[in-house]
Design a protein. Structure first.
Length: 145
């Protein structure tokens, strides 16, 4: 990204915070690990791998970014239901990451998810929980004259 910016051009990138700081996703990952082994939860961890601020800053510094600023913003993730939230990962994200689970295992995971993620469910069945993301801003370095 920095390579295609004009000299002193600005870049902004948003990444999820570490999964350890987002308890609902952490609970989903722990459930998958317990019922499906290591491959499925590792695929769900993927969007959170740049969530540690120090590591994230180092990635940008190593890439040659100019001054790097990281702001952590909070918001609320919302899903129509626990089933919708987890099934999106099981049938959407996991296959994209090369993980295909049997229908029997998917059924077991969805049933257990209702219990595990119940603390995040609202009376109408929706799921809502706080999430954090890091917004990185940086500039490309000016070329040496």
């Amino acid at each position: 990204m920095l390579r295609v910016l004009k000299p002193a051009g600005r870049l902004a990138v948003a990444v999820w915070d570490g999964v350890e700081n987002i308890p609902a996703f952490r609970a989903e990952i722990e459930l998958m690990e317990r019922l499906a082994g290591r491959q499925a939860p590792n695929a769900v961890r993927a969007p959170f791998v740049l969530g540690h601020r120090e590591h994230l800053a180092q990635v940008f510094n190593d890439a040659g970014a100019g001054p790097v600023t990281i702001a952590t913003l909070k918001g609320v993730a919302q899903f129509p239901s626990v089933r919708f939230m987890v099934e999106a990962d099981l049938r959407g994200w996991l296959p994209v990451m090369g993980v295909n689970l049997s229908e029997e295992l998917i059924g077991s995971l969805l049933a257990e998810a209702e219990r595990v993620l119940e603390p995040y469910a609202k009376p109408d069945g929706r799921v809502a929980f706080e999430v954090q993301a890091h917004v990185v801003t940086a500039t490309s370095r000016s070329p040496l004259v």
